[in-house]
Design a protein around this ligand. Sequence first.
Ligand SMILES: O=C(CO)[C@H](O)[C@H](O)COP(=O)(O)O
Length: 219
Amino acid sequence: MDQLEMKKQAAQAALKYVEAGSIVGVGSGSTVNCFIEALGAMADQIKGAVAASKESERRLLALGIDVFNANEVSGLDIYVDGADEINPQKMMIKGGGAALTREKIVSSLAKKFICIVDSTKQVDVLGSTFPLPVEVIPMARSYVARKLVGLGGQPEYREGVVTDNGNVILDVHHFKLMQPIEMEKTLNNIAGVVTNGIFALRRADIVIVGSTQGVQILA
Ligand SMILES: O=C(CO)[C@H](O)[C@H](O)COP(=O)(O)O
């Protein structure tokens, strides 16, 4: 079974958490694209969605699902999103698709964060395989990069990428995140950082893992 099939399995399994008449928080990325595709079958049963990226919004609208602005809802029951890495404590690195800030906002609105991943995303220590994305106001890029070096990382400017918020991304290599909560707070305190891709303060509640052995649910 290839990675896409594992993503599809996890995405399909997330449908059982979608309540009729609800507004669903929807993240972004290729696993979420599988979820959006599956959600299309429930388009007439749900009230709509709040999307964490313009690309997800476009895909939802194409399936006839209404998309609400985050300011139009007071809360969400569930938020469904993928991850670049997830550890046994259900903390994640996200932002491979540069949507980390909106993902953090929409997930914060939700009672339950349901993370859908294939088994290749599971790690013991965050930062083991994936560089940490940090969204930065463009004029602060060099300053923030120097601060990240000071913290032991090796930042790399993601050339040609502008986020949905008009900012840039620095991908930080060689950051082993032994204390994710502390590092999430430390990075967010650097002037010019909009947010960083550590999701430890708001971690997942339920993880659905697609694998060659089938779907595993970690609740
Ligand atoms: O955080 C994200 C986008 O900013 C994605 O959830 C993450 O990159 C996982 O993507 P994929 O499902 O394509 O592997």
